[in-house]
Design a protein around this ligand. Structure first.
Ligand code: ADP
Length: 399
C-alpha cells in the first residue's frame, strides 16, 4: 500500500477531486482527478488518470446527486472503488473563508468546525458547500484527518492599510475587512517563481490570476501586500459573470429606484455581469475572441484595461514593479489578452516578445523590457495537497 492524499474542492454545484500518491521526497504524483457537476440538476461525473487519459464519463441517474451530501457520497464510492494500492492518509479541502482567524491551513476538529461555520455569513454560498464534505467525512471516516486550506489565509498578514475600507471603524471590528481570495493560487505561483525565476521571486511582483474568477495580487518578499478582491470575491476587476468593483451608489439606486431585492442584486452581480453582462454574448474569453461582434471586442478591451489599471495601482503598494506574472485559464492560455494588457502598460516600458507570447513561454517580455513578464501555470489542488501533507507530518512528529 502506498500513502495518498485526497484533495476536494467543493462548490455549490460541483465537487472537484484529485488523488495524489506520496512519492519520494516532496513528490506528489497525480493518480486521478475528476469532477462531479450539475449537483441538484443533471449531474455528470468525469474523471481522468494522472496522464490525462479518460477514466470515466457518465451522466448520473436523475435525482441521484440531488444535494451536496448525495453528491459527496457518489464521489466517495467512486473513489473507494478505484483506490487500488493507495491508502488515503488525509483529505485536504479548499475552504473559501478563514475569516480574521486563520492565517494558515488547519486540521479540522469540532472546535475548528464551529469557527468555520461562524464565517458562513461572510460567504454564504461557497462556505456552506466547502464545509459539507468535511462534516460528512468526519462522520463517515472519523479517523481520517481533514485539513482546511483557505483562499483568504495568504493575505491575512496584510498591513492595516490594505485591510480596511474607508467605512466607520466599528465595521472593521465586526469583520468587514478586505480579506482577499485566490490565496492558494498566489502561494503556488509565488513558490513556483522561486524555482523558475529565483532572481525575481523576492522582488516587487504582481500576479494576475485571470480565470473565470479573476483577481490580482501584489507581492514583496514572496508575501501578499495587497489584492484586488476584498470582502467578497466580487470586488476588483470584472470576471466571467461577476461585476468586479462598481460604484456602491449603483446598488443604492437599484434598491431605491428599481425596488430590487438583495437576492436580485446578488444574482445580477455574481451571475449576469462581467464579460457576460458587458458583451451580452458569453462569459468565456475563447468565445469572445472568436466573435466578430463589436460588443465582444468591447468586453475584452474593458477587461484588459481593468487588468492593466489594477497592475498599475498595485505597483503603488509595493513601490514599483519588477515582474508581472500571468496565470489561470485566461492568463495562461490567451496571448491576445496578455498583449492587450501589456500594451496598456507600455507607458511604463513593459513590452512583450510577440513570438514568446504566442508560445506562452515562461518569459514573454522583450530583452529591453524593464519589467519581467512571465506565464506561470497555477495549481491550487497541488498547493492544498502540499499543505495537507505538511500538517499531517507535523502532527505525526508532534504526537
Ligand atoms: P476556474 O478554475 O476559475 O473555473 P479557469 O482558471 O479554468 O477558471 O479559467 C477559465 C476561463 O479561462 C474560461 O472561462 C475561459 O474564458 C478561459 N480560457 C481557457 N482556455 C482558454 C484559451 N485557450 N483561450 C482563451 N481563454 C481561455
Amino acid at each position: 500500500m502506498s500513502d495518498a492524499i485526497l484533495v476536494i474542492n467543493a462548490g455549490s454545484s460541483s465537487i472537484k477531486f484529485k488523488l495524489y500518491a506520496l512519492g519520494a521526497g516532496e513528490a506528489l504524483d497525480t493518480v486521478f482527478s475528476g469532477v462531479l457537476d450539475g449537483i441538484g440538476g443533471d449531474a455528470r461525473l468525469k474523471a481522468k488518470d494522472g496522464d490525462g487519459r479518460p477514466l470515466d464519463e457518465r451522466s448520473l441517474d436523475k435525482g441521484a446527486a440531488a444535494d451536496s451530501g448525495a453528491a459527496q457520497k457518489i464521489v466517495m464510492d467512486w473513489l473507494e472503488d478505484r483506490l487500488g494500492g493507495h491508502e488515503m492518509i488525509g483529505v485536504g479541502h479548499r475552504v473559501v473563508h478563514g475569516g480574521p482567524t486563520f492565517t494558515h491551513p488547519v486540521v479540522v476538529d469540532g472546535e475548528v468546525m464551529k469557527t468555520l461555520e461562524s464565517f458562513i455569513p461572510l460567504a454564504p454560498l461557497h462556505q456552506l458547500g466547502n464545509l459539507d464534505p468535511i462534516r460528512l467525512l468526519m462522520k463517515e471516516h472519523p479517523g481520517l484527518p481533514q485539513v482546511a486550506c483557505f483562499d483568504t489565509a495568504f493575505h491575512r498578514d496584510h498591513p492595516e492599510l490594505s485591510d480596511r475600507f474607508a467605512l466607520p471603524r466599528a465595521l472593521y471590528d465586526e469583520g468587514v475587512r478586505r480579506y482577499g481570495f485566490h490565496g492558494l493560487s498566489y502561494e503556488y505561483v509565488g513558490g513556483a517563481l522561486r524555482r523558475l525565476a529565483p532572481e525575481i521571486a523576492d522582488r516587487r511582483v504582481v500576479i494576475a490570476h485571470l480565470g473565470s474568477g479573476a483577481s490580482l495580487c501584489a507581492l514583496q518578499g514572496g508575501r501578499s501586500i495587497e489584492t484586488t478582491m476584498s470582502f467578497t470575491a466580487l470586488d476588483g476587476i470584472p470576471m466571467g459573470t461577476r461585476s468586479g468593483a462598481v460604484d456602491p451608489g449603483v446598488i443604492l439606486h437599484l434598491i431605491e429606484q428599481k425596488g430590487m431585492t438583495a437576492h436580485d442584486i446578488g444574482t445580477m452581480l455574481y451571475r449576469e455581469s462581467g464579460l457576460l453582462g458587458l458583451s451580452g454574448i458569453s462569459n468565456d474569453v475563447r468565445t469572445l475572441l472568436e466573435s466578430d461582434d463589436p460588443r465582444a471586442a468591447m468586453a475584452l478591451d474593458f477587461f484588459s484595461r481593468r487588468v492593466a489599471q489594477a497592475v498599475a495601482s498595485l505597483a503603488v503598494s509595493i513601490g514599483g514593479l519588477d515582474a508581472l506574472v500571468f496565470t489561470a485559464g485566461i492568463g495562461e492560455n490567451a496571448p491576445d489578452i496578455r498583449r492587450r494588457v501589456v500594451e496598456a502598460l507600455a507607458f511604463a516600458g513593459l513590452a512583450l516578445d510577440a513570438e514568446a507570447n504566442a508560445r506562452s513561454d515562461l518569459h514573454v517580455e522583450t530583452k529591453g523590457s524593464p519589467v519581467a513578464i512571465l506565464v506561470v501555470p497555477t495549481d491550487e489542488e497541488r498547493m492544498i495537497a502540499r499543505h495537507t501533507r505538511a500538517l499531517l507530518l507535523a502532527a505525526g512528529e508532534g504526537g
